[in-house]
Design a protein around this ligand. Structure first.
Ligand code: NAD
Length: 242
């Protein structure tokens, strides 16, 4: 609390751990998604209609979980800190849209791994809505294509093997270099290049706080490590004035 109060330009960096309270499993905790199926890599998705159909099958299997998810106490506290001007940017690895749903304006959220609540054509960039894709998929059993150009359509997420989004990476770097406090929340900090931002902040003179139930590789660089529940730790920040 005191470190947040003393800082003037805070960057919040989040991973799947901030959304477990909302009912979305993370990747690497016991029972997490990683233990259920191996992710489909970008090249495999683009090369194989079967892989695309399988990816949509998994997506629709997870859909009720994502649809039912509402922002938790952690999201609420972060949104409050943005509202009072303490936090300038929220850099997130999450694809669940919960920061936006909690009231953080779109232009304050930097999504490093995209967003799973809509889809994009990989050729022309045309957006498609998940509900329409679902209807088509259920009718044909095949992965739907772009209605405009016939290109391959994929959720607007960044898969393993896919290039990182350029603009978001640049914005995240600028925000990280500009901050005086970097809060890394709910990430195992093993997925690079995203996990490079906490160290970038530290090397640039910011203080680094890691809030995560489990230990991370970067703990030794942090000024403070809190191995406790995110919602419980962040909830009191919802009353901070500025
Ligand atoms: P991760 O699963 O590797 O790590 C999550 C960390 O959060 C774990 O170390 C776990 O101990 C901790 N954690 C979970 N619940 C917690 C709680 N209530 N309090 C404190 N700590 C808690 O997640 P990651 O580092 O974000 O990497 C996974 C990748 O998978 C991300 O890049 C993201 O794109 C994607 N992903 C996103 C979602 C989502 O959008 N909600 C969910 C799963 C995976």
């Amino acid at each position: 609390m005191r470190m947040v109060r003393d800082a003037s330009r805070v960057v919040v960096f989040t991973g799947a751990g901030i959304s477990t309270e909302s009912g979305i499993p993370d990747f690497r905790s016991p029972g997490g998604m990683w233990t259920k199926f191996r992710p489909i890599e970008y090249q495999d998705y683009m090369a194989s209609a079967e892989m695309r159909a399988e990816a949509w099958r998994r997506k629709f299997a997870m859909e009720p979980t994502f649809r039912a998810a509402r922002p938790g106490r952690g999201h609420g506290a972060v949104a409050h800190l943005v509202r009072v001007g303490k936090v300038r940017h929220v850099i997130t690895q999450n694809i669940d849209n919960l920061h936006q749903m909690s009231g953080v304006p779109d232009n304050r959220v930097i999504e490093l791994h995209g967003n799973t609540t809509y889809a994009l054509c990989m050729e022309c960039g045309q957006r498609r809505e998940i509900d329409d894709i679902r209807k088509e998929y259920e009718a044909t059993g095949a992965a739907p294509d772009c209605l405009k150009c016939g290109g391959i359509v994929k959720t607007a997420t960044i898969s393993f093997g896919q290039a990182m989004p350029e603009e978001e990476m640049l914005r995240a770097e600028a925000a990280t270099r500009d901050c005086d406090l970097f809060l890394a929340i709910g990430s195992s900090l093993v997925v690079y290049p995203a996990a490079g931002f906490p160290l970038m902040a530290k090397r640039n003179g910011a203080r680094l706080v890691i809030i995560n139930r489990e230990r991370t590789e970067l703990d030794r660089y942090a000024d403070l490590v809190i191995n406790e529940d995110i919602g419980t730790v962040l909830a009191p920040l919802s009353t901070l004035n500025s």
